[in-house]
Design a binder for this molecule. Structure first.
Ligand SMILES: [Zn+2]
Length: 136
């Protein structure tokens, strides 16, 4: 995610070099990169917890899936781990703070680029990735 983010920002900056002198843009970008880094650390910490946790049978847990959704108005985001020995699954909830701050910062930056420069940051990144995936 952080890679995608930096890649997208570099692309936008190379198309619009004047962004380098826009202090509001640089401020929003710094905030977003900080929040993305914080979110990434939370994800890493959750995975580390999964790997340190033993199943009740004494087996080793292994992350196998990711579950994301909404339940009763609350966003949940968890990693599903399965025991290598008995196959029992357990869910580990990710902290929500990092995800929410990153999403909020990403929206602020996107809105700013859209209203000030008319740049559609999200779809620019998406179409670029699609053309790369298609091998063009
Ligand atoms: Zn087990």
């Amino acid at each position: 995610m952080a890679y995608l983010l930096e890649y997208g920002l570099r692309r936008v900056e190379s198309e619009r070099p004047e962004l380098g002198n826009d202090s509001r843009y640089l401020e929003l970008k710094d905030q977003l990169l900080r929040d993305a880094e914080g979110h990434f650390r939370e994800i890493q910490a959750t995975y580390a917890t999964v790997l340190k946790t033993q199943c009740h049978c004494g087996g080793q847990l292994e992350p196998v899936d990711h579950d994301f959704g909404m339940s009763g108005g609350t966003i949940y985001d968890s990693v599903i781990a399965k025991c290598k020995s008995c196959g029992e699954a357990q869910a580990f909830q990710f902290p929500k703070e990092g995800f929410i701050s990153e999403a909020r910062s990403a929206m602020s930056l996107r809105d700013y680029l859209q209203t000030t420069y008319g740049i559609d940051y999200a779809s620019a990144v998406k179409s670029d990735l699609q053309s790369r995936a298609a091998g063009r």
